[in-house]
Design a protein around this ligand. Structure first.
Ligand SMILES: *Cc1c(COP(=O)(O)O)cnc(C)c1O
Length: 393
């Protein structure tokens, strides 16, 4: 006989999923109802409005795709692109290369603008690529590169795209709810996010939003979207605002209760307050990290408060520190990816997990484990440095 599965209780401070608010878990366990039940449809309408608030947009075409962030990425590219289109793709980490894959699988051409891992997307390089490719249909880039902890300047990049009559495509999987993001003010045409990062909801849904201009591009396609499941012209028969909703696929009913609850929590806190909270906890954490003798990969101006890429001395064994944190403290932090594998940790302070208790807990646990590994890393000094940031507020 196989027993029921009971996961260990962890503190999740990696690159996602982040700790889920207990209110969200409670919402998830409410009774399942039909996906065309009038009560459910009302909740869907509220969810769309809450997403418009989180994205700071009036875009009508705003909805959660029934699959994780990667499916939101795929939704944006498959709906906007047709064979032969040209897209400028910025790559400064893992997720830019996935955008390239998406573009090519749509039989479109990706013009790559590459920056080093750990650096922000270069505005000058993008400007040059746009000038050299006046026929490009879209400019695509990642707002918060989770593989390196870098923020790029969405506002400036979208202005450049608009000036060159290009659609802007933004990956906001890790940024939504964690740092300033204003879809309408910044002129973003297509954006996708995820639920398990700064929204602190369960994984498996991907909020997306499209400007009027992008929605028209989708409506006026010459060819069918190659993916039946992700074709928004069909999905909107269910998620659209028509009184009559028709079956497309069975919505993940309980996951949508969870998303609704996480967005209600965000609205209660207020978007700006959530951004400020992420910034403050980062500052306290950074003071502690430096007191431990560790350093950041990313230049201060471009760091993400919700995802910290921290480098450590060669004498420290990456995997054994992470497993000591997991086994002794039930604390998950992330390993480095790609070019940064083995040389950095990715420590998340996302959503519900971005709080004072986690900052102090992580610094103490890390200080203890590093001391055991022979480093002069005092937990007491680290937590004192963090506390002094809190008390100066
Ligand atoms: C996590 C992440 C994704 C993918 O989201 P999944 O939910 O894992 O599919 C895409 N882009 C960025 C920047 C991410 O951090």
């Amino acid at each position: 006989m196989t027993n029921s599965f009971h996961p260990p209780v962890r503190t999740l401070m990696g690159p996602g999923p982040s700790d889920v608010n207990p209110r969200v878990l409670e919402a998830l366990s409410r009774p399942t109802i039909g996906h065309l039940d009038p009560a459910f449809i009302q909740m869907m309408d509220e969810t769309k409005e809450l997403l418009q608030y989180a994205f700071q947009t009036d875009n009508k075409l705003t909805l959660p795709v029934s699959a994780p962030g990667s499916a939101g990425m795929e939704t944006v590219f498959t709906n906007l692109l047709e064979p032969g289109d040209k897209v400028i793709v910025c790559q400064n980490g893992v997720f830019g290369s996935r955008m390239k894959e998406n573009v090519e699988r749509c039989s479109a051409e990706a013009i790559m603008v590459e920056d080093q891992w750990g650096c922000t997307v270069s505005v000058e390089k993008v400007e040059k690529a746009l000038t050299e490719n006046p026929d490009a249909k879209a400019l695509a880039f990642v707002h918060a590169e989770t593989s390196t902890g870098v923020r790029s300047d969405v506002k400036v990049l979208c202005e450049l795209a608009a000036k060159n009559d290009c659609l802007s495509i933004v990956d906001a999987v890790t940024s939504l709810g964690g740092i300033e993001l204003k879809v309408d003010d910044w002129g973003i045409d297509a954006i996708y996010s995820g639920t398990q990062k700064c929204l602190s909801c369960v994984p498996g849904l991907s909020p997306v939003s499209f400007s009027e201009r992008a929605a028209k591009v989708i409506q006026n396609r010459k060819t069918k979207v190659q993916s039946w499941f992700l074709d928004l012209n069909l999905v909107m028969g269910y998620w659209g605002s028509d009184a009559k909703r028709s079956y497309h696929h069975t919505a993940p009913v309980n996951s949508l209760y969870a998303l609704h609850e996480s967005l209600v929590i965000l609205q209660e806190e207020g978007l700006e307050n959530a951004w400020d909270r992420h910034a403050l906890n980062y500052q306290a954490f950074a003071a502690g990290i430096e007191a431990l003798g560790l350093s950041f990969v990313v230049e201060e101006d471009y760091r993400l408060p919700q995802l910290n890429a921290v480098s450590f001395p060669d004498s420290i064994d990456d995997a054994s520190v992470r497993s000591a944190l997991l086994n002794d403290y039930s604390l998950e932090i992330g390993a480095g990816l790609g070019a940064l594998a083995g040389s950095v940790w990715r420590i998340g302070l996302m959503g519900f997990a971005s709080n004072r208790k986690n900052v102090l807990f992580c610094l103490s646990a890390l200080g203890n484990v590093l001391t055991d590994s022979g480093m002069d890393a005092s937990s007491a000094r680290a937590t004192a440095a963090a506390k002094s940031v809190y008390s100066s507020q």
